[in-house]
Structures are given as C-alpha cells and as structure tokens.
Design a protein around this ligand. Structure first.
Ligand code: C2E
Ligand code: MG
Ligand code: MG
Length: 764
C-alpha cells in the first residue's frame, strides 16, 4: 500500500508569506533610506562644525603668529635703537672733539649691516653716510625725533626707494641738536622672517597707517601697486571688511580680515598689528589651507569614513536582511514539518485546518484527537529511537486512512490530530476501528505481540469561528470520555463524541474543584440523617448519614451532582471523613445527654479502598469522640463487587476487625448474584430502592427475587434493610415477607441532624 504522507503545502500560505515578505522588504528599504538620510544630515552637521573649529583655529594661530612676529620685530628695533643711541652719543663726542663723525657712523653701518645712516639737523635736513640728501621736515614721525622721541617710521627716499628707519635724537648738553636715522635694520629682520612662514603659502607686508607699502613680500604684490587697499581691491572677490580695516589702520588697532582671492581662488586670512613706537603695521596674509592642513587631513579622513559608512552600512544591512530572510524561510520549513514523523507540524496543521474549516459550511469537518495508550511503556521498553520509529509508523498509518482534503499531524508526544471531512459518527467509529487494526498490523510479523490501544475523541465543528486550539480541546474532552469506555471493554480502541452537556459538566466540575476546599472549611457541607425503621416493632433503630452541599450560589446540591466528580478527584475521602466526624459528634452529644444512641451508617466511597490503611483516620475520629463501635456502620456499594471482590472482602474484614459493622448497599441494582452474599461477610444487606419502586403484587418473578434475597440473607444471619420505601403498601409487603428494616420517604426524607434529633430521638 502506498503511503499517503501529505506534503507540506507550499502554495497558498507561501503566497501570503511572500506577500508579507514584500511588505517587510518595502518597510526595510524605507527604513534604510531614512537611516542614510539621517546619517548624511548628521555628517553634514559634523563637517560644518569641524570647519568652524578649523576657522577659529586658523584665526587663533595667525593672530599668535602675528603677535610673536611683531614682538620679534619690536625687540630687534629696541636693540637697534640702543645701538643707534650709542652711535648718537659717539657722534656728539666726535663733534665736541672736533673729529669727523662720519667714519664712526660708517663703522656702525657696517657693523649693523645697515644700508645707511642719515644725520638730520634741527630743520629736518639730512645727509646719509652714502652722501644722499633728504628733507624730512614734512615727515611728522621722523620730525618727532627732534622732540626727543625714538621712532620707527617708513620713509620715501629721494632716490625713489622706500625705507624703514629707526630714528633717535642726538643730544648735546641736554638739547636735541639733530637726529640719527638708521635705514635697513628692520629690512634685515624682515628678510630673515621672509619665506619662513607657511612653506611659502603665507607672506607679510609692512604698511603705514594709510596702507602704503614699506616692505612687500617677494612676488606677492605687483610693484606698481602702492597701497594694500589697491591690492585688496584687485585681489578679492568679497572684501566686506576692507573699510573696517582702513579705519583700524588709521586708529592704530589690530585686527583681521577674511578674504577670498579672485586671483588664485583661495580663501585667505589677513592679520594686521601695529609695530611699537611707529605708524607702521605688520600685515600677514595666509592661505587658509596652509594653516588648516592638519584639520583638512582630519576633514578628509572624516569624509572618507562617512562615505564608507554610508556605502557599507546599507550593503551590510541588505546582506543581513537577505541572510535573515533565507534563514527565516529555512526556519519556516522546519517549523512546518514534524521532525519525528516528517509530516505536518502542529503549527502548520493548525494553520491549514483553520483555513479549511473557515472556508466550508459548518459541520463539514470533524476534528478527532487520537491518543496511543501506554506509549510511555514503549519508550521505556524499546528505547526512544524505536519509539520515534513507531510514532512515524502510526503517522503513516493515519495518513493512509484519511482521504482527500483531510489532514493529519502529530500534536504532542503520542497524540495525533485528524481533520476529517463529511464523516458521520458511524463513519468515525469505523475509522477508529480501522486505525486500531492498521496500527496493530505490525504485530503480524512479530512472535511476541504487542498490541496498541487507542482512544479517540471527536468534535463535529459546528462553531467555525472557534479558535483551532479550542476545537482541539473539545475533541480532547471527548477523548478523555472515551478513556472511560476503553477501560470498560476489551477493545483496542474507543471513540467518544463531544457534546455541549459534556462541556457544561466539565465547566461545573472545574467550578466545584475551585470551590471545594473553601466549601469544606466554611461548613457548606452538612450531614443529613435518614431514619431506618424496625418493621416489626415500628421503632427507629438506625439512620443513614447522607451528605448535602449548601452551595451559596446553587442552593442545596444533592450528592449525585458532586460525588461522582469527587470520587474522580479524590476529594470524597475528605467528605466521608467530615460526615463521619459529624456523626460521631452527634452520637457523643446523645451519649452525654444520657440518650441511648441508635446505630448510624455512613457511606464509604470506593476510593478509600485503594489505601490499605484507609480505616486509620476513621478510628482516630471515633476514638477522639470515644464512640462505641456498635453505633457505627459502613455502607459499601454493591457495584464495588464487580471491580475487585477480593479487595472488598479484605476491606470488610478490616472494618470488622476495627469493631464496626458493615452493610452492602444498593444490593440488586446491578447484576450481582445471590451467591455473592455467601462470599461477602457483611452484617446487613440493603435492598436497592428500584426493587420496590415499580413493584406490583402480581409481579411474582420480582417478588420471588426479593423474597429469596431476604430469605438467603436471613439464613446468613444478615440484617435486611429495604431502601427507597415510599408507600404504606410497600411497607406492609415488607412486614409480610419479614424484612427487618425499611428506609424511605414513607418514614422520613433525610433530615438535618437537629431536625432528625427532634423528631426521632427521645430521652431514655
Ligand atoms: P444511597 O447510599 O443508596 O442513599 C440512599 C439514597 O436514596 C439517598 O439519596 C436518599 O436520599 C435516597 N432516598 C431515600 N429514601 C428514598 C425514597 O423513598 N425515594 C427515593 N426516590 N429516594 C430515596 P441521596 O442522599 O441523594 O444520595 C445518593 C447517593 O449518594 C447515596 O446512595 C450514596 O451512594 C451517595 N452518598 C450520599 N452521601 C454520601 C456520603 O457522605 N459519602 C459517600 N461516599 N456517598 C454518599
Ligand atoms: Mg447508602
Ligand atoms: Mg443505597
């Protein structure tokens, strides 16, 4: 037979996924573009800030340079002034000694590497050591020497040259008799400075307060241009600050000017600063690149980094995105298939099943949950590898059995889910049988058979909007019901169907489970007593304790509504002990009040019998209240005998050993035989109420049975009690057949203990 393992459907849902991916991709690229824009804006801001820092740096640097140059020139000029002043004194000494002063002065020229020295009289007329004659009478700064000032001044010479002179007064007898004007000192210093700045990218000028050149940098300015302002007017595109500079120069202030050269297109900074004791200015012009070369390097690196980041970041992100997408697809494949069976994973099953359910009319599909019983044993006995192989084998078997448009998956451990289409309950029952046959087929090749039982629960999906997990829960609920059926049959399979009643019952049970502990603690449970009448004497000789639940929300709840559930969850043990204690408490009060008590029977749930020591807590309670055991009886229901008769007999023996008496409750409700009475050593037999409910005096067959039971029980020395006696006729009949006791509404309904006491207990 061919295995019909459903392939992972990659059509519809993949389309949806692709669609989703396209949306994600768009979103991704949108985000990426936004990121690049943000990076570019931040980079631009960064570069701008860097440039600003560079500009400030350049200004600071140039100003420092100018200051130190001015300081250097000033210092040299001071030194020269001292030399020239000394020469002036020697000159006066020569005159007074009637010596020719010229040779002395020429010596100074040579020593100091001057171009010449002018000897100026008080009229401003001067003769130089080289024989040049010059009239300085109109030169205000030079003429200041005659007032005793030492000056530095730019002069235009008669030979057409310009020169910067250091002028000192010549004193004789305390009076100024003229001045010495030394030419060439400053030029020498400036020659030294020339070319040492900015590797040729900067140069300097000496100008006077009107901007006229007295020293121009080599090749830096056209010789036909006389003033710096003429040069600026020619050389700059935008020289907004020129006017301000003109005012600064006239007022003797220092300052700077940013210019953009029209000639070489370079941005330059011009810094000017006055020289001491003069009307001269030292004026530096530096190309911005020359001072900011280190910052420019930084710029370039930053720019390269930004470009690299802007290019690499998207590339890397795209690479990551693609790899993530690839991995995601691979993960999807893994997530959509079950590694053990190779079939659909539960996720994929849910996805596909929900789609199918929603697209069809309600009740088209049924979801069935299948559980393999005792699978844990297989893993433990044959190892988990073999366990896995078996799980795959079962999956394959299920795949073979489902039809077109139906789905199967392993949900968890050894549980499988089937989505079945258009199958009624009968067909589903048949499928359960087929599954059981199919998965046990492997036994045909085995010498040691190992049969696998399955339980199946099915929910016909009438509510298509229900989430798939809830649908699965409903099928599982039915499956749990089917477990009960399985334990009652010899079949290898069982199947149950979900019903709304089951769900409601389950809901109620859950509610009870939540409430039970607090209910017990707050005395919501109460023991009622129903009297047992001694038929021949007409006296009340005993009572049965029956539990009630005074539920604040539901009112008085009868035991049949909660006892079966409490038997399943084990809480019945606490209930029985509680009822037993209530009974003991009442007996104690009666004894203390001098009343001869009656025997009270309590119902003992089957759950107790699983514990060999189950009687211990009862004995403890009985002892605490010091109740003689003759007043206490345990009722064991007849249905217990079908389960484990040996256990029941040993339990009865224990009850007897402890001194209590014991009755067989509900006798005749099942299919127990009279023979059983011989085996079960109880003291009392309680005939089930059903015997009498529909009994007609003409029904001889039934009467024979009842009378036989009474007869046999009597012969076995057992007391006979008839339950559920509702009419006087029934009571008369019981008297006639010599039944010992009767219990039923004709005598009294079960009553709260106080009421029972008032009605049936009299002081001896
Ligand atoms: P049961 O032990 O056979 O108790 C007799 C049941 O028959 C009681 O039902 C009682 O109220 C009812 N009954 C008595 N006389 C009449 C009558 O004339 N007509 C009719 N129709 N019914 C009559 P109840 O109290 O609802 O208890 C039902 C069952 O729940 C009990 O059957 C017993 O098996 C169980 N049960 C009650 N209380 C306890 C308890 O404390 N522990 C345990 N383990 N089981 C209890
Ligand atoms: Mg009973
Ligand atoms: Mg009964």
């Amino acid at each position: 037979m061919e295995v019909k393992t459903p392939k992972i459907d990659t059509t519809n849902d993949w389309y949806d996924q692709e669609h989703d991916w396209r949306r994600r991709t768009l979103l991704f690229f949108g985000m990426l573009s936004l990121m690049i824009v943000v990076i570019v804006i931040l980079s631009a801001l960064f570069v701008g800030r860097l440039r600003k820092i560079a500009d400030t740096e350049t200004e600071r640097y140039l100003s420092e340079l100018t200051k130190s140059s001015v300081f250097l020139v000033d210092a040299r000029v001071q030194a020269s002034m001292a030399t020239i002043s000394h020469a002036a004194r020697e000159y006066v000494a020569d005159i007074e000694a009637s010596k020719d002063p010229m040779p002395h002065l020429r010596e100074v020229v040579e020593l100091e590497a001057l171009s010449m020295i002018f000897l100026m009289d008080t009229q401003g007329h001067a003769v130089s050591t080289t024989g040049l004659e010059q009239d300085f009478s109109s030169h205000r700064a030079v003429m200041d020497t005659l007032k005793g000032a030492t000056v530095l001044a730019g002069v235009a010479l008669a030979d057409g040259q310009t020169c910067i002179v250091v002028g000192v007064p010549v004193y004789s007898d305390g009076n100024v008799i003229g001045a010495l004007l030394a030419c060439g000192i400053v030029s020498r210093i400036l020659d030294y400075m020339d070319g040492n700045f900015f590797t040729g990218d900067g140069y300097f000028f000496v100008v006077d307060t009107a901007g006229s050149f007295f020293r121009r940098a080599e090749g830096a300015a056209n010789p036909d241009i006389d003033t710096v302002f003429q040069l600026l007017a020619m050389d700059v595109e935008n020289a907004d600050g020129i006017e301000a500079m003109r005012e600064d120069l006239a007022a003797g202030r220092d300052g700077y000017l940013r210019i953009s050269s029209a000639l070489d297109g370079k941005n330059k900074i011009l810094n000017y600063m006055p020289l001491k004791n003069s009307d001269l200015y030292l004026l530096f012009v530096v190309s911005q690149d020359a001072t900011t070369w280190h910052v420019s390097g930084l710029f370039r690196e930053a720019l390269v980094m930004i470009v690299v980041v802007v290019l690499l970041l998207p590339l890397m992100t795209i690479a990551l995105f693609l790899s993530y997408r690839g991995k995601n697809k691979a993960l999807s494949c893994i997530a959509f298939s079950d590694p053990v069976t190779g079939g659909l994973s539960e996720t994929k099953f849910h996805f596909d099943a929900e789609k199918l359910i929603r697209s069809a009319p309600s009740k088209t599909y049924t979801l069935a949950m299948v559980d393999v019983k005792n699978f844990k044993l297989i893993n433990e006995t044959f190892g988990s590898d073999n366990g896995d192989r078996l799980l795959r084998y079962i999956h394959d078997a299920l795949s073979r059995l489902i039809g077109e448009g139906e789905l199967v998956c392993r949900t968890f451990a050894d549980d499988y889910a089937l989505l079945l289409k258009n199958r009624d309950q009968q067909a589903i029952m048949a499928l359960a049988e087929q599954i059981s046959t199919e998965i046990n087929r492997f036994n045909s090749q085995r010498s040691h058979k190992y049969y696998l039982a399955i339980t199946m629960g099915a929910y016909e999906i009438d509510d298509r909007k229900l989430p798939i997990l809830f649908i699965q829960d409903r099928a599982n609920l039915a499956r749990k019901e089917s477990e009960v059926h399985l334990s009652n049959t010899n079949h290898l399979y069982s199947c149950a169907f979900y019903s709304e009643e089951d769900r409601k019952r389950l809901y109620r049970e859950k509610e009870m489970e939540n409430q039970m502990d607090s209910a017990l603690a707050s005395n919501e449970f109460e023991a009622y007593l129903q009297p047992k009448l001694d038929i021949s004497s007409g006296r009340i000789v005993g009572a049965e304790a029956l539990v009630r639940w005074n539920n604040p929300a539901r009112g008085l709840v009868p035991p049949n509504d909660f006892i079966p559930f409490f038997e399943r969850n084990g809480f019945i043990i606490q209930i029985d002990l509680f009822v037993f204690e209530q009974v003991c408490d009442r007996l104690r009060r009666w004894i203390d009040a001098g009343i001869t008590p009656i025997c009270i029977s309590v119902n003992l749930s089957r759950v107790h019998l699983n514990d060999p020591d189950f009687l211990a807590p009862f004995i403890t309670i009985k002892d605490r209240y010091a109740i003689p055991t003759e007043y206490l009886e345990f009722e064991l229901t007849e249905s217990l005998l079908t389960e484990n008769i040996a256990l029941v007999i040993s339990s009865i023996n224990r009850i007897h050993d402890a001194g209590f008496s014991c009755s067989l409750d509900d006798f005749g409700s099942g299919y127990s035989s009279l023979n059983l009475l011989a085996d079960v050593p109880v003291d009392t037999v309680k005939l089930d109420g059903n015997f009498f409910r529909t009994l007609k005096m003409t029904d001889y067959r039934k009467r024979t049975i009842i009378e036989s039971i009474i007869d046999v029980a009597k012969k076995l020395k057992m007391t006979t009690v008839a339950e559920g006696i509702e009419t006087k006729e029934q009571l008369a009949y019981l008297r006639w057949i010599h039944c010992d006791q009767a219990q039923g509404y004709v005598i009294s309904k079960p009553l709260p203990v106080d009421m029972f006491e008032k009605q049936f207990i009299t002081k001896a």
